[in-house]
Design a protein around this ligand. Structure first.
Ligand code: ZN
Ligand code: ZN
Length: 100
């Protein structure tokens, strides 16, 4: 069974998307951060894990254990981005430390 590919507004840039250049990757990452799906997933994760998993403070941010920018394809990137097992709740300062 093949999954039908939903049409999206990005299809204007169809050729660029298939080349998977850095610029397109940035665009995809931005698209994920702005997506309703991510925002809902993020909110749900904070609801279920309200405390920072590093220091126990109130969590305000959700961090990806494996950065979804590591994904080598759009499919892989989305899988990492939306995988609840790949998320941890963090407070702002612990989140900053994770990225430094
Ligand atoms: Zn913390
Ligand atoms: Zn992070």
């Amino acid at each position: 069974m093949s999954k039908p590919k939903p049409h999206n507004k990005e299809s204007l840039n169809k050729n660029a998307l298939t080349t998977k250049s850095k610029k397109d990757k940035t665009k995809l990452l931005k698209h994920i951060y702005n997506s309703k799906k991510w925002k809902e997933l993020r909110k749900k994760h904070i609801d279920e894990h309200p405390l920072c998993e590093c220091c126990g403070d109130i969590a305000t941010q959700v961090h990806h254990i494996i950065p979804f920018s590591n994904g080598k394809s759009e499919k892989e990137i989305k899988k990492l981005a939306y995988d609840p097992d790949n998320l941890v709740s963090l407070c702002k300062s612990c989140h900053l430390k994770k990225h430094n």
